[in-house]
Unconditional design. Structure first.
Length: 318
C-alpha cells in the first residue's frame, strides 16, 4: 500500500498548478498508479478547511482518505454563509442558490474502491452546465458512477450541498454505495422549476447500504427528500437502511424516501417528513404530494421501524 501524508490545506496556486503536499497532489499521484491501494492521511492538517480552487477532486484508483475532521468545501470563493432556511434547517448559499459559478462538486469518483472517513463535505454544487466540467448536474458533493466504483462513506458529514438535477449530496449510478455513522443535512436536489430533482441527499441507482446515519432537513423537488433509490432489478437498486433516522426532510413525493427498487428498513425512525405537491418544468408536470415518509412503487419491507408525524397533502401521510 502506498501512503501519502497531506501537509497543506491549499489546493491550486494562482497559476492553476497543484500545490505540493495538497490533497489534490496526493490524489493525482494515486490516480497515476490505479492498480495499487493507497492511503491518504490528512492528520497533519486536522480540523482545517480545504477550499477547492476551480475543479472537483477526481478519483480513479483504490483510495482510502482518513480525514481527521478536515472540511472540504466546493465554495471556491469563500462566499457561502451558514444561515437558517424557511423550515428552520441550517443551509448554505449552495443550498439556496444554484445560479452561482463559485461552487463546484467536491469529488468525482470514476473508478476504484474508495473509502472516505472523518470528513465534512460542504458547499458542493452540480450545475448544468457545471463549472468544473461535469455537465450531468447530479451529485453536489460526490458523483460515483459505474460498476467499477465501490464507495464507502464512514463518519462523514455532508451539509449544504446542492444539485440541479439529482442527488443533492451524492449521486451513485451502477456503483456500490455504503454510508456508515454519517450525517447528511440541508442538502437539496432540483431547481425550483427544473426538469426533476430526486434524492435531496442521496440518489442511488445502485446497491445501497446505510447504517447508523442521520438524514435531516434535506429537500428534493420531486422524489425522495433525503434518499431516492431506483433500479430495474434486485441487484441494481437494492437498498438496506439500518438503525438510521430521517427527520424533517421534504419532497414532492416521498418526504424522506422515494423507493423505486427493493428497499428494506430495519430499526429506522421517520418523523416530521413531508410530501407537498408542486409543479415543475414550466408547469408541465405536478408531483402528487404522496407519502409523507415514503413513496413506494416496488418492494418495501419495514422491520422495527417507527413512522410518525409525517405529512402528505396528497395521499399517504406515512
Amino acid at each position: 500500500m502506498a501512503n501519502f501524508i497531506v501537509t497543506s490545506a491549499l489546493d491550486l496556486t494562482g497559476d492553476g498548478e497543484t500545490v505540493t503536499g495538497s490533497l489534490r497532489a496526493a490524489l493525482e499521484a494515486a490516480n497515476a498508479a490505479p492498480g495499487e491501494d493507497h492511503l491518504i492521511d490528512l492528520s497533519a492538517i486536522a480540523g482545517q478547511t480545504i477550499r477547492l480552487s476551480e475543479a472537483a477532486l477526481t478519483v480513479n484508483a483504490n483510495v482510502e482518505i482518513t480525514g481527521a475532521g478536515v472540511v472540504i468545501t466546493g465554495d471556491t470563493e469563500g462566499n457561502d454563509a451558514l444561515s437558517v432556511g424557511p423550515d428552520g434547517q441550517r443551509v448554505t448559499d449552495a443550498f439556496a442558490n444554484f445560479s452561482t459559478d463559485d461552487n463546484v462538486r467536491v469529488f468525482d469518483i470514476l473508478s476504484g474502491t474508495v473509502v472516505l472517513s472523518d470528513l465534512t463535505l460542504t458547499g458542493g454544487v452540480a450545475q448544468v452546465p457545471n463549472g468544473d466540467g461535469n455537465s450531468d448536474g447530479s451529485g453536489g458533493a460526490i458523483s460515483a458512477n459505474g460498476a467499477d466504483v465501490d464507495l464507502t462513506l464512514r463518519d462523514v458529514t455532508l451539509m449544504g450541498n446542492a444539485a440541479n438535477v439529482d442527488g443533492g449530496a451524492v449521486s451513485a449510478t451502477g456503483a456500490a454505495l455504503r454510508i456508515e455513522d454519517s450525517v447528511l443535512s440541508a442538502n437539496r436536489a432540483g431547481l425550483a422549476d427544473g426538469i426533476r430533482g430526486t434524492g435531496g441527499a442521496v440518489d442511488a441507482n445502485a446497491v445501497l447500504v446505510i447504517v447508523g446515519s442521520v438524514f435531516a432537513d434535506n429537500a428534493a423537488l420531486t422524489n425522495g427528500g433525503a434518499v431516492n433509490t431506483s433500479g430495474t432489478s434486485s441487484a441494481l437498486g437494492a437498498a438496506d437502511i439500518v438503525s438510521s433516522s430521517f427527520i424533517n426532510n421534504s419532497a414532492g413525493d416521498g418526504g424522506a424516501i422515494g423507493n423505486f427498487g427493493d428497499l428494506t428498513l430495519t430499526n429506522v425512525t421517520l418523523v416530521d417528513n413531508a410530501a407537498v405537491a408542486q409543479s415543475f418544468n414550466g408547469g408541465q408536470f405536478t408531483t402528487g404530494g404522496r407519502g409523507g415518509a415514503v413513496v413506494n412503487t416496488r418492494s418495501l419491507t419495514l422491520e422495527q421501524t417507527t413512522v410518525t408525524s409525517n405529512l402528505a397533502n396528497g395521499d399517504g401521510g406515512g
